[in-house]
Ligand binder design. Structure first.
Ligand code: ADP
Ligand code: MG
Length: 417
C-alpha cells in the first residue's frame, strides 16, 4: 500500500507540478456470495479486499477539474460549470472511457437527489493509481468511484454518509459510464471492515458486518483471476438484468426480491424456460446468502441451495455446525446456479472452480458479474499450494492462459490516506 501512495504522490507531482493536498483510497471487493441479486433488491455478502485504488487530490483556485491515472496515458480536463450543466443524457454521451468513473462521480454529486450543488466548489487536480486488477471481477470500478467519492465529499465538504456515497458511485457507473450495475460493489468498498463481510439488504440498503472467522478456522480466500476480460457496459450483464425485470413483471411483483423459493413452481408455469432459469438463480441465490450469513454466525436452520429439476426448489443442502468451514456447499451451489441457470460463467471459470474443489478447497465459485473475471476458492492454509498448483496445471492442460492466483484478506473500506 505504501508503494501506491508514494507512486500517487510522485505521479501527481510529475503531472501537475505541485504536491497533492491529500490522498484517499478505496478497496476492490470480492463477493463471497450473492451474484446478480443486488439490482433485484435482494441480498449480497461481499467483502473489501487488501487491494486498493488511491487518488491524490490537489485544490485549484479556478473551476477546472483535471484527472490523470497510471491506467491511461492522458490528462482529462473539464470545467465544473460545463460538468454541472450536463443532463443525465449528456453525461452518458459526453463522459466516456476511464475518466467517466472519476468525472461521473463529481457530476453525480451535483444531482438534486444528493442535495448537491457544484456552483461554489473549487476545481481539483486528481491523480489515480491502483493495485486492484482491472476487469477481473474485483471491482476496480467501485474502488475508483469510492475513492473519488470520499475524496470529493471531504474536500468539497459535501458531508454525505457512506451509504449515500455508495449511491453516488452507482449513479456515476449507471449514467456516466452506462453500466447498469447495482449497489453492491460501492457498498463493499465504502463499508468494509477488516476480517468481516458486508451483509447488505439491497432494498432497505441496511448493512451489517458479519465476522468471517477465517483466521480462526485456518482458512484463506484464494482469488483465481482467469484473465478473461469482461465489460458490463455491453451485452450479457444488461441482458440478464432485463430477463430479471421480465420475470418479475410476469410474476406480478416489483422485483425478484418478492419471489421466494416456494414460488418457483408457479414461476416455472408462468415463464419461458430461459426466463425461469434466470429467476431461479436469483431467488435461490438470495436464499444462499441468508444461509451463508446464518452459517457464518453459527446459527442453524440452513435450508437449501438450489432449485430442483422440477422447479419445486425443495432440495436441501446439509450444512455443518457453522462458521466458514461450513459454507463450502453454498459456494459450490452458487457456482452451479450461475453456470447452469444464469449462464454467466465461462469455461475458464468453471475449470478454476472444479479444479480448486477437486484439489481440496472447501468451496469455490465465480465472483463478480460474470462473462470472465475471477473465481474465489475457500481454502485451508495447508492446502493452498496444492490448490494453486492444481489450477495452474489444469489451465495449462486446457491450453488456457496462466491464471493469476493470489490470496485476499477482508479489509477496511475507503479512507483518507
Ligand atoms: P471491474 O470493476 O471488474 O474491474 P469494470 O469494467 O467494471 O471492471 O471497470 C473497469 C474500468 O474501470 C476500466 O476499464 C477503467 O475504465 C476504470 N478503472 C478502473 N481502475 C482504474 C484506474 N486505476 N484508473 C483509471 N480507470 C480505472
Ligand atoms: Mg466493475
Amino acid at each position: 500500500m505504501t508503494d501506491i501512495r508514494d507512486d500517487v504522490t510522485a505521479g501527481f507531482t510529475a503531472v501537475f507540478g505541485h504536491e497533492p493536498d491529500g490522498l484517499w483510497s478505496a478497496p476492490g471487493r470480492v463477493n463471497l456470495i450473492g451474484e446478480h441479486t443486488d439490482y433485484n433488491l435482494g441480498f449480497v455478502l461481499p467483502f473489501a479486499i487488501d487491494r486498493r485504488t488511491v487518488v491524490g487530490v490537489g485544490l485549484r483556485d479556478d473551476r477546472l477539474l483535471r484527472a490523470a491515472s497510471t491506467f491511461a496515458d492522458e490528462l482529462v480536463e473539464i470545467s465544473l460549470d460545463a460538468l454541472a450543466a450536463l443532463s443525465s443524457e449528456d453525461a452518458g454521451r459526453e463522459l466516456g472511457g476511464w475518466s467517466a468513473y472519476v468525472l461521473g462521480v463529481a457530476w453525480a454529486l451535483g444531482l438534486d437527489e444528493f442535495g448537491g450543488d457544484l456552483a461554489a466548489v473549487p476545481g481539483l487536480d486528481l491523480f489515480i493509481d491502483s493495485d486492484v486488477p482491472v476487469g477481473a471481477g474485483l471491482s476496480s470500478s467501485a474502488a475508483i468511484e469510492s475513492a473519488v467519492a470520499l475524496a470529493l465529499n471531504d474536500v468539497w465538504r459535501v458531508e454525505l454518509d457512506r451509504p449515500t456515497l455508495a449511491r453516488v458511485g452507482q449513479r456515476a457507473e449507471n449514467i456516466a459510464v452506462g453500466a447498469p450495475t447495482g449497489i453492491m460493489d460501492q457498498s463493499a468498498s465504502l463499508l468494509g471492515v477488516r476480517d468481516h463481510a458486508v451483509f447488505l439488504d439491497c432494498r432497505s440498503l441496511e448493512a451489517q458486518v458479519v465476522p468471517l472467522g477465517l483466521d480462526e478456522a485456518g482458512l484463506v480466500v484464494l482469488v483465481i483471476d482467469t484473465g478473461v476480460k469482461h465489460s458490463h457496459a455491453t451485452g450479457g450483464y444488461g441482458e440478464r438484468r432485463a430477463a430479471c425485470e421480465r420475470g418479475a413483471a410476469a410474476m406480478g411483483v416489483e422485483s425478484l426480491r418478492d419471489v421466494t423459493v416456494a414460488d418457483l413452481p408457479r414461476a416455472r408455469e408462468l415463464l419461458d424456460d430461459v426466463t425461469y432459469r434466470r429467476v431461479a438463480h436469483v431467488v435461490t441465490e438470495n436464499q444462499r446468502v441468508l444461509d451463508t450469513v446464518d452459517t457464518l454466525r453459527g446459527e442453524s436452520g440452513m435450508l437449501l441451495g438450489e432449485a430442483d429439476e422440477d422447479g419445486s426448489g425443495s432440495s436441501t443442502v446439509a450444512v455443518g455446525p457453522g462458521g466458514p468451514l461450513a459454507i463450502g456447499e453454498l459456494l459450490d451451489a452458487s457456482h452451479r446456479s450461475m453456470r447452469d441457470d444464469f449462464e454467466i460463467s465461462v469455461p475458464e471459470l468453471d475449470l478454476a472452480v472444479e479444479t480448486a474443489v477437486g484439489a481440496g478447497a472447501i468451496g469455490a465459485r465465480m465472483t463478480g458479474g460474470g462473462f470472465g473475471g475471477a473465481a474465489i476458492a475457500l481454502v485451508k492454509l495447508d492446502d493452498l499450494s496444492r490448490v494453486q498448483v492444481a489450477v495452474d496445471n489444469a489451465f495449462s492442460e486446457h491450453g488456457f492462459a496462466a491464471p493469476d492466483t493470489f490470496v485476499v484478506r477482508a479489509s477496511d473500506g475507503a479512507a483518507r490516506n
